[in-house]
Ligand binder design. Structure first.
Ligand code: C2E
Ligand code: MG
Ligand code: MG
Ligand code: MG
Length: 290
């Protein structure tokens, strides 16, 4: 009986590995087709200004809507595409759609909601990411401050790919730079000492851990950010209790399932309006970003 059980477990185990290996190979060899056919779609997750409860931004998150495999989450394709040096294709596809979304908002007269996009470490090596994004932004005639560039700590600490110089070019051109998943990587404080960026996104691990100690870490990061002139966003906000705590601690922006999961743009806006909450105007935004 014992041997059977082990055998069964092993079978399930290999099945899962087999499945994920198959998916990995599939995405590596089909990314061009997926982009071509429009299978890469962008979901948007609301970002909220803590003191006003207004929608002040949204994060663009990639989904692979496969006609046969169904909806693939980033966990299924980001890493394989990074490892095969193809993530830049997906990222530019997402950015192109995000830029069009921003342009469509301004021409339809509804409030202009800035969009945060994610870059991978290899984007800085695989292509001239600055020129590529500049070309998309110029072609759509959108202001650069409407696009926020998210990079993780590990991207910023990776050596020899010109990341720091390229981020500096983005910043000088007028894009905001946001540090993603802060606290989940290495060299965190070192980075804060040497480089400036606009917003620090605190990783959700600190909120998930509901201890006194974690709460004190969050409050201290918010205080530190204020002292060095960086704005703080808390990721993974799921409960009203967390919202209350973060507001009290002085966190500027909130993002998480409590306010909305990532969804297609129209669904995201519909759900936002259904809550009866406002959207921040450009004028209101300018009061905060000084
Ligand atoms: P991220 O940039 O840190 O994005 C936040 C992730 O946390 C998203 O997962 C989002 O759905 C999830 N999330 C947001 N609020 C909550 C919450 O309250 N609770 C929980 N449990 N999760 C929450 P998603 O969409 O699966 O994306 C995962 C990661 O994949 C992203 O992490 C980002 O690193 C990467 N990614 C997504 N889209 C792109 C893209 O277009 N390009 C690149 N290079 N990476 C991407
Ligand atoms: Mg992100
Ligand atoms: Mg994050
Ligand atoms: Mg992440």
């Amino acid at each position: 009986a014992n041997r059977n059980q082990t055998g069964k477990k092993f079978a399930i185990y290999t099945q899962q590995i087999g499945k994920s290996l198959e998916t990995t190979e599939y995405v590596i060899s089909n990314i061009d087709k997926a982009i071509d056919k429009g299978w890469i779609v962008v979901y948007y997750q609301p970002i909220v200004r803590a003191i006003s409860n207004r929608l002040c931004g949204m994060e663009a998150l990639a989904r692979w809507q496969d006609p046969e495999k169904g909806m693939l989450p980033p966990a299924a394709f980001i890493e394989p595409l990074e490892k095969s040096n193809q993530i830049w294709k997906l990222d530019l596809c997402v950015i192109r759609q995000a830029v069009h979304q921003i342009a469509a908002q301004s021409s339809s007269g509804i409030a202009e909601i800035p969009v945060s996009i994610n870059l991978s470490r290899t984007d800085f090596l695989s292509c001239d990411i600055f020129s590529e994004i500049e070309a998309l932004v110029k072609a759509a005639s959108i202001p650069r401050y409407m696009l926020h560039i998210e990079v993780t700590e590990s991207t910023m600490t990776s050596k020899g790919n010109g990341v720091i110089e390229t981020l500096q070019s983005f910043r000088e051109a007028g894009y905001e730079i946001w540090m993603d998943d802060f606290g989940s990587g290495y060299s965190t404080l070192n980075l804060l000492k040497d480089y400036s960026f606009d917003v620090l996104k605190m990783d959700m691990v600190f909120l998930k851990n509901d201890s006194h100690r974690s709460r004190n870490i969050i409050a201290s990061v918010i205080d530190m950010d204020k002292k060095i002139g960086i704005r703080t966003l808390a990721e993974g906000v799921e409960t009203a209790e967390q919202v209350a705590f973060l507001k009290k601690a002085g966190c500027e922006k909130l993002q998480g399932y409590f306010f909305g999961k990532p969804q297609p743009f129209d669904a995201m806006m519909k759900n936002w309006r259904a809550k009866g909450l406002d959207i921040e105007t450009a004028e209101q935004r300018s009061c905060y970003n000084t």
